[in-house]
Design a protein around this ligand. Structure first.
Ligand code: 6GU
Length: 240
């Protein structure tokens, strides 16, 4: 998979793409991330990437020509990429979208800044608009990191066995059960006895029940989407 990010502050993303699991995924050849600095696609002597809005008003707008050239550059050679503009006006990003995007061969993220980008780029060169939540960021770079992170971890082979994904039906809407590590007693606080028992089947059930209860309590909307198995229903009946 190839992920291209077009932005005006690539330094905001260079740390992210060279750390941890994202770095390892690239070293394993499972994903390649390229950062494109929009200024490199501005040909005037001041490397201008923005201008004042037609019709007046505050703020600056990213000019169409550098964006067009950068988008064209990312599309050289390969198949037609999916081009995504990051904006608070976009469709809300979700685990479902992360799964869909993780199946693409080539993604291009365009990060906005200032008051926005020239509408003609959005109308003619962008396939999808994505938002990461109902709040306003100063630019799309942080959103690009969020979306890229969520996508990369779903690419087969990216997570090692240590961090491996739960099976899909389990992970999609269900939160994790509570986790503990040593020591078994920390100050006066003890780890639930069942986890020290060595009874694997009882531990599995305890965890499943906790995960269901935590999800129901914290996110009833998500809990509604879970197809409960007979075992789940039994576990929830038992109030002990
Ligand atoms: Cl994708 N961009 C910006 N600038 N702000 C946002 C966002 C994106 N998603 C939520 N807020």
């Amino acid at each position: 998979m190839l992920i291209d990010i077009i932005c005006i502050f690539p330094d905001m993303l260079s740390g992210f793409i060279h750390q941890s699991i994202v770095k390892r995924a690239q070293e394993k050849g499972l994903v390649r991330i390229r950062l494109f600095n929009l200024r490199d696609f501005s040909f005037d002597k001041h490397k201008t990437v923005d201008d004042i809005p037609y019709g007046g008003g505050p703020g600056m707008i990213l000019k169409p020509e550098p964006l067009y050239r950068a988008i064209l550059q990312t599309s050289q050679g390969g198949l037609k990429p999916l081009k995504i503009f990051l904006t608070p006006q976009g469709n809300l990003f979700s685990q479902r979208l992360a799964r869909e995007f993780s199946k693409e061969q080539h993604l291009v993220f365009v990060c906005g800044h200032y008051e926005g980008i020239d509408q003609r780029i959005r109308d003619f060169f962008i396939d999808e608009e994505i938002s990461i939540g109902d709040y306003v960021l100063t630019g799309g770079e942080v959103a690009a990191a969020v979306v890229t992170d969520a996508i990369i971890r779903l690419i087969p082979g990216v997570l090692g066995s240590k961090e491996s994904l739960h099976c899909e039906s389990f992970s999609d809407y269900l939160f994790d059960y509570p986790q503990y590590t040593r020591p078994a007693a920390f100050k006066t606080m003890e780890v639930p006895k069942i986890l020290l028992s060595g009874h694997h089947e009882e531990i599995r059930k305890w965890r499943k029940k906790k995960a269901l209860l935590i999800t129901a309590k914290k996110r009833p909307d998500q809990f509604q989407k879970i197809n409960l198995t007979d075992e789940d229903t039994e576990l929830l009946k038992d109030t002990s």
